[in-house]
Write a protein that binds this ligand. Structure first.
Ligand code: DC
Length: 246
């Protein structure tokens, strides 16, 4: 099992802005691939001076480990064994280390993209990741977490739940741009095919599928700028009845 002590919980983004809260601020941001969750969530956390956690990066790291070891997503006993011997650390919310090695760039490669939804559908993997994510939240004095099941499973009691949606061509355009910035040139058609398949697996899996939580505020970001989405979220958080932000 990945152990609690294996988690490296950074202390850099201590919450200084919310000193009077009787409990910490928890914000869940879910949505499909390419809806802009990670960039928006990171900026919202930065502006609120709370911790950020990219949970997709954790499923990506597990996928990379299985690829490195040549283990298929169907080989459950082997997966359990290998994960018991793995140290997965998340630093600064999004820097991911596998057995001490920084794999933050490698987990964004197409070979990881193509397998990650299958790995994330495995209940054993999900329960391990959810435990780690809940431990990270419990150890923080405020957190913004993005993923697929944050509102429904990881932080069902979050103070704010957002679901970022966007039309498929726009999501594919954004993902393609991100890949180009990493030096990878992919056709728009191949990116559309990849995220359509990931959305299908993520939405149809039996264990905590991608769903719009009934309490979530849905923001369609198709025609919105990054800054406008961040502002919209901050506006809602600042207007919140129980969260006396300065
Ligand atoms: O957000 P992302 O593209 O980095 O996520 C990678 C995969 O991980 C995605 O296909 C679904 C899965 N995932 C998940 O099942 N639950 C989460 N909380 C986050 C990601």
């Amino acid at each position: 099992m990945l152990k609690k002590r294996d988690l490296s919980i950074d202390s850099e983004m201590k919450n200084n802005m919310l000193p009077d809260l009787d409990r910490s601020l928890r914000i869940a941001i879910d949505g499909p691939a390419g809806a802009g969750k990670s960039t928006v969530a990171r900026e919202v956390a930065r502006r609120l001076n709370v911790k950020y956690l990219d949970t997709g990066a954790m499923y990506r790291a597990v996928t990379l480990k299985l690829l490195q070891k040549g283990i298929a997503p169907s080989a459950l006993p082997q997966i359990e064994r290998i994960l018991q011997q793995t140290v997965l650390e998340v630093k600064n919310g999004q820097k991911v280390f596998l057995d001490g090695v920084d794999v933050s760039d490698e987990i964004r490669q197409p070979y990881v993209n193509n397998l990650v939804s299958q790995v994330a559908a495995i209940p054993l993997v999900r329960s391990m990741m959810v435990k780690m994510q809940q431990a990270i939240a419990a150890n923080s004095s405020g957190i913004v977490m993005d993923g697929r099941d944050i509102a429904s499973r990881v932080m069902p009691n979050a103070d704010y739940k957002f679901f970022l949606a966007a039309a498929l061509p726009e999501r594919a355009r954004r993902r393609r741009k991100e890949q180009l910035e990493r030096g990878l040139e992919l056709s728009l058609e191949s990116v559309i095919a990849e995220i359509t398949e990931r959305d299908r697996i993520d939405s149809q899996r039996s264990d905590s599928p991608l769903v719009v939580d009934p309490e979530a505020i849905v923001i369609d970001t198709t025609a919105m700028s990054f800054e406008a989405v961040v502002e919209r979220i901050l506006e809602i958080v600042r207007a919140g009845p129980n969260i006396p932000l300065q």
